[in-house]
Write a protein that binds this ligand. Sequence first.
Ligand SMILES: O=C(O)[C@@H](O)[C@@H](O)[C@H](O)[C@H](O)CO
Ligand SMILES: [Mg+2]
Length: 402
Amino acid sequence: MKIQSAKVIVTCPGRNFVTLKIETDQGVYGIGDATLNGRELSVASYLEDHVIPSLIGMDPRRIEDIWQYLYRGAYWRRGPVTMRAIAAVDMALWDIKAKMAGMPLYQLLGGRSRDGVMVYGHANGGDIAETVEAVGFYVDMGYKAIRAQTGVPGIKDAYGVGRGKLYYEPADASLPSVTGWDTRKALNHVPKLFEELRKTFGFDYHLLHDGHHRYTPQEAANLGKMLEPYQLFWLEDCTPAENQEAFKLVRQHTVTPLAVGEIFNTIWDCKDLIQNQLIDYIRATVLGAGGLTHLRRIADFASLYQVRTGCHGATDLSPVTMGCALHFDTWVPNFGIQEYMRHTAETDAVFPHDYRFEAGLMYCGEAPGHGVDIDEALAARYPYKPAYLPVARLEDGTMWNW
Ligand SMILES: O=C(O)[C@@H](O)[C@@H](O)[C@H](O)[C@H](O)CO
Ligand SMILES: [Mg+2]
């Protein structure tokens, strides 16, 4: 069996997606996601110019060997562009293998560990009252876990506050727009949101919050401590994690559970965090961390330290990643939660899929493969449109982490 051809499809049904389609000489094809929000064309080029030529003629059944070939073979290891390109190939090859086996992907990974996958949605509002209302909206839809973000008085376009109730799309301008940040204002405000949410909804729902890399370790520790009475499911990205040791300081001061990893590419980004038990949830994804082959390795390592998974699932990860993630989540023994930001109807139409949401859980389908396809004719109707994530500056103009 041979890989006969492969192509990259760039489409923008409301937002940009980069998709890899690998075709075999036996008529079976596989689909992989290669989207890198705000830097999409770099992965498209990496695949088209450097990966696809070497794939032609290879045996698509040799998933592990191809992964090693692309990882070791580039010499230049890791990084978001390389690892997303590898992830796209890996997803497509698992799709092919599962289709050939006539099995849904989770069966090849080791079979079902649970009935459904608990997901969390994003509730946000311009102020606390609006966010409380938005959380109510998610509660009514049946969610068991909800991430809450709110506008902060005095901060321009605070992170996480979208324009609609269901869809949050921060990459919205043809050049990065400038948003604001002020840690003191946020630290004064965020605990009040969770106090209000617990007063209104009680403790039956899981609540989550994303710090989006804005706080120093000391500030993050302070926030975690202030949030303790509200028993969060997790506090995410409370401080940047390039320096994994930074989490020691946070950990020493708070028992609020910590999650990190949506921007991690390999196990090396989280090895110390996991083996020193500095985090509770690892957010690495199928797309960001080199595909199922590598994410499985991270999850197995994490399981030794009772760290559970919590895969990133924002809208900039296409339905292809969502499909793969749900198969992974259905299998992985140390599952924690799955993020689920809904795609628009336009996006869902371009990527027909068989996963579904019901009463706060999601279910992958039973079709052979990962269950997500691409409608190429429809995709061609939505050409690429440059879109960038915002940047953040402090009040005096200093660049900060968005
Ligand atoms: O937790 C999350 O989902 C966020 O941090 C993302 O929305 C993130 O900002 C985007 O994926 C960036 O592309
Ligand atoms: Mg996040």
